[in-house]
Design a protein around this ligand. Structure first.
Ligand SMILES: Nc1ncnc2c1ncn2[C@@H]1O[C@H](COP(=O)(O)OP(=O)(O)OP(=O)(O)O)[C@@H](O)[C@H]1O
Ligand SMILES: [Mg+2]
Length: 321
């Protein structure tokens, strides 16, 4: 492998400059989510029977895998199930109404129900906070019914256990696990821009990389780790079941006819890739084969400009070294 023109160091620098959300921004957005959570806690102190029980940062900002292009802050809100509406649309109206009550300093138009979440907008600086409802019945591990951001259905899952799952892999390959997650997400983002109908959910990418991590793949060399990811996707044809034994034995997973099977690590009955069709899977495999070929070509290219051109096939035209 020739790495004279673009090697691990150049990919790492590209990630720092173009891919990752800068630390000061991440800190600022986390603080914004914390203030909202504390506001709710203050309200709950005075109104202990209030039905919104907790707000929790979730998603990439919580996991340290956010891209620079992050455009909202994901926060999960636990709603005690007994009195809340159980249809998605009514639940969102209800959540917005309750949030307006708990945050009287926000004008009503700053709290808006969307299709599957409620947006809280801050005047001036900061990003919007995207509040996703979870129907909750007091489970100590914070299992609850999360409103899917893909189709509004209810998914039984636990956000804190997801964070624990990811943080275990992050500890095994410090810095590198999250960095490779962000690089692959950046690739997927570029594919979404270039290829019609391309979809590849971040959580699925993260689970595939967690599997490769558990299989012993070393993430510390980025071109190699990327190549392994693309090779795995191509070889498995996205038709190999991915599942983990952190929270349940594999024997509890039921047989299924879903095309892509990436099982929620905290709930054996929840296939995270349930909505992915044969065509969706084929498009991912094709894009992975192209990316793998481009990396091979980049590593064999005779000069810098050709090398960069091949890497641009992976990461888009913003790739520069
Ligand atoms: N199908 C699902 N089943 C269970 N939990 C899910 C599912 N989809 C998302 N989640 C939860 O929501 C979180 C956010 O998922 P998402 O795919 O938006 O990834 P992300 O890490 O926030 O990436 P991005 O930077 O693209 O927003 C996950 O970490 C997980 O806790
Ligand atoms: Mg997210």
């Amino acid at each position: 492998m020739s790495r004279d023109h673009v090697s691990h160091a150049e990919i790492a620098r590209f990630a720092a400059d173009r891919v990752n959300l800068p630390k000061d921004k991440a800190d600022e957005y986390r603080a914004q989510a914390r203030r909202l959570r504390e506001k709710l806690e203050g309200y709950l102190d005075e109104h202990p029977d209030f039905t919104l029980k907790k707000m929790m940062l979730s998603g990439s900002l919580a996991k340290g895998t956010a891209l620079r292009t992050l455009n909202d802050i994901d926060v999960a809100c636990y709603i005690s199930g007994a009195d809340a509406p159980h249809s998605t649309a009514a639940l969102l109206t209800y959540l917005a109404e309750r949030l307006r009550k708990a945050f009287p300093n926000f004008s009503p138009d700053q709290v808006q129900p969307q299709t599957y979440s409620v947006t809280v907008s801050f005047r001036g600086s900061g990003l919007d906070v995207d509040v996703v409802p979870i129907l909750y019945d007091g489970d100590p591990d914070w299992y609850g019914n999360l409103v899917s951001q893909d189709d509004g259905s209810f998914l039984k899952t636990s956000i804190p256990l997801h964070l624990q799952f990811t943080s275990k892999r992050k500890k095994l390959q410090e810095k590198h696990f999250s960095q490779v997650v962000r690089l692959v997400k950046f690739w997927a983002r570029s594919m979404k821009q270039e290829r019609d109908g391309f979809r590849f959910k971040s959580f699925m990418i993260e689970m595939i990389l967690a599997k490769l991590c558990d299989d012993g793949l070393d993430f510390s060399d980025y071109p190699e780790a990327l190549q392994h990811f693309f090779t795995y996707v191509a070889r498995s044809d996205m038709r190999e079941r991915i599942a983990f034994t952190d929270y349940y034995p594999l024997s509890t997973i039921k047989a299924s006819s879903d095309t892509v099977q990436i099982i929620d690590p905290v709930n054996a009955e929840n296939n995270v890739a349930r909505l992915y069709t044969q065509a969706n899977a084929d498009a991912i495999v094709e894009a992975a084969i192209d990316a793998g070929d481009a990396i091979d070509a980049a590593l064999a290219a005779p000069n810098k400009s050709l090398t960069v051109a091949y890497w641009q096939k992976v990461f888009g035209s913003t790739f520069q070294v």
